[in-house]
Design a protein. Structure first.
Ligand code: NAD
Length: 501
């Protein structure tokens, strides 16, 4: 680990003796003891970010973009060690750890281009000699709360856009993955050194648990709270931010489904199901959790899927040929066992789901991904269990498939496999999938940064990353300029002696 820390510019000496133990889910070993931030220290960081805002907001946006360009350079140079640290700390396979860092690089590139494109509209005025337009201004310091399963990319989605938009950031990473956060911050500090003069306090990491996140949520100096995590967490954070009229951007749990139609290309579907359902050991917000299969192909697809599950290599996520690493911890394993126990009681036929490699890794939690055939969608299926459980349901009529698809509280990602144009278009239409992400002939997971990412219903409604998600990090002003010698009122109103224009 020391070599890794050094490559990332982390001071190994500062990672021992702290009050927060960090264990690798790979083997359960203690890899660091970091210091949590006291309420007073957190207060100082928020105050510093707030003070930095006053200076950063007047730096021209393309210059702010230059800082993000330099940060992307650091990320490119450190892609391998940072990707490895992500793997060691959260247990996803190295390909995915590296992919996560690539996502950081991609969003930095996007943000750099954006720094010259923070456009507003010009709007036709109803009054002669008047011009209307909208302008976009930096919003203020913002708070970012992130989950363990993507320890760095969602922060980078927020951070790179926020910085370009003129907003300093205070980041509270998951208490399960503080090292990846501290390493990202160290890389940013390297970029800052090369940037030249910049206000102090543009980026802070605060280490701690839920109480630390709550302090961010309650602080009126943080104009936006972007929070990624479970629906349970969003239910705490959303109202707290709303009470102080702050803005929130919630990226919460998903219960993502795929409909496989009778005309589907089953080879493609099988590969997509496998990646979406077992990738990241079922610990992606966009993991495929429900498979809704047409009755005509059910008997063909499901046995083939079970066979493919049987070939998946489970083990150390740093090994090249491993596809499924460990669950994050014992709590995740218990949640998986609990859900499998409940669905069995609800009539589900379970295959897989057992703990494996226990002898070799007694303090880590490796499981065989589970397939559960269900005759109906029960309350357990409607919940997100953050583990590799794929519920399989059968349908006959397309409308029933859509009804099953949408009959869950969450609305993050979705997909359909079909070669029937009508089905594909119906799935994407107003009365099709009710999710924020709806795909055709690709699985629900593995989004690109160019599109806005997020979902509806209990997923929280937030959108971040690409498209026009940047607007969340800015305040919009509508401006009217009168360049005439008259003062006409809108709607033709006369006031006192005035005549309508
Ligand atoms: P979690 O909700 O347990 O924790 C997420 C973050 O919220 C952590 O930093 C945690 O410390 C913090 N937190 C917890 N309680 C809080 C509170 N009361 N106030 C403020 N902050 C609080 O989630 P997790 O187990 O780390 O991650 C898995 C969950 O995240 C899943 O539900 C998954 O679907 C979701 N997720 C969603 C997205 C998305 O973009 N929609 C992306 C990744 C993960």
């Amino acid at each position: 680990m020391e070599e890794l820390y050094e490559a990332l510019g982390l001071d190994a000496g500062a990672l021992v003796g702290g009050d927060l133990p960090v264990h690798s889910p790979t083997d359960g070993a203690l890899i660091a003891e970091v210091r949590t931030d006291s309420a007073a220290r957190q207060e100082e960081k928020i105050a510093a970010a707030d003070a930095a805002f006053a200076q950063w907001r007047i730096v021209p946006a393309p210059r702010r973009g230059e800082l993000i360009r330099l940060f992307a350079d650091e990320l490119r140079a450190a892609k391998e060690p940072l990707g490895t640290l992500v793997t060691v700390e959260c247990g996803k396979i190295l390909q995915e750890g590296m992919g996560e860092v690539q996502e950081m690089i991609d969003i930095c590139d996007f943000a750099l281009g954006l720094s010259r494109q923070l456009y507003g509209l010009t709007i036709a005025s109803e009054r002669p000699g008047h011009k209307m337009m909208e302008t976009w201004h930096p919003l203020g310091a913002i708070g970012v709360i992130t989950s363990f399963n993507f320890p760095v990319a969602p922060w980078a989605w927020n951070f790179s856009l926020a910085l370009v938009c003129g907003d300093p950031v205070v980041w509270k990473p998951s208490e399960k993955t503080p090292l990846s956060a501290l390493a990202s911050q160290a890389l940013f500090e390297k970029a800052l050194k090369r940037f030249g003069p910049a206000p102090d306090g543009l980026s802070h990491v605060v280490i701690g648990g839920g109480e630390c996140g709550e302090r961010l949520a309650d602080d009126p100096r943080l104009k936006l709270i972007s929070a990624t995590g479970s629906c349970r967490m969003g239910r705490h954070v959303g109202p707290r931010v709303a009470v102080r009229f702050g803005r929130s951007l919630l990226e919460l749990g998903g219960n993502n489904a795929m409909i496989v139609g009778a005309s589907a290309d089953l080879e493609l579907a099988l590969r997509a199901i496998l990646f979406s359902a077992v990738g990241t050991a079922g610990q992606r917000c966009t993991t495929l959790r429900r498979l809704i299969v047409h009755e005509d192909i059910y008997a063909d697809l499901v046995p083939r899927l079970k066979k493919a599950y049987g070939t998946i290599r489970i083990g150390d996520p740093l090994d090249d040929d491993v596809l499924v690493g460990p669950l994050i911890d014992g709590g995740a394993y218990e949640a998986m066992r609990g859900a499998l126990g409940k669905v069995t009681g609800e009539g589900g036929a379970v295959s897989g789901g057992e703990r494996v490699l226990e002898d070799r890794y007694p303090d880590a939690y490796y499981v065989k991904p589970a397939i559960v055939e269900m005759s109906r969608q029960t309350d357990t299926v409607r919940e997100e269990t953050f583990a590799p459980i794929l519920y399989v349901l059968k349908y006959r009529e397309f409308d029933d498939a859509i009804a099953i698809h949408n009959d869950v509280p969450q609305g993050l990602s979705s997909s359909i496999f079909t070669t029937d144009l009508r089905e594909a278009e119906a799935f994407l239409s107003a009365d099709g999938s009710d999710c924020g992400i709806a795909n055709v002939n690709i699985g629900p997971s593995g989004a690109e940064i160019g599109g806005a990412f997020g979902g509806e219903k209990d997923t929280g409604g937030g959108r971040e990353s690409g498209s026009d998600a940047w607007k969340s990090y800015m305040r919009r002003a509508t401006n009217t300029v009168n360049y005439s010698h008259e003062l006409p009122l809108a709607q033709g109103i006369t006031f006192g002696g005035d005549e309508p224009a």
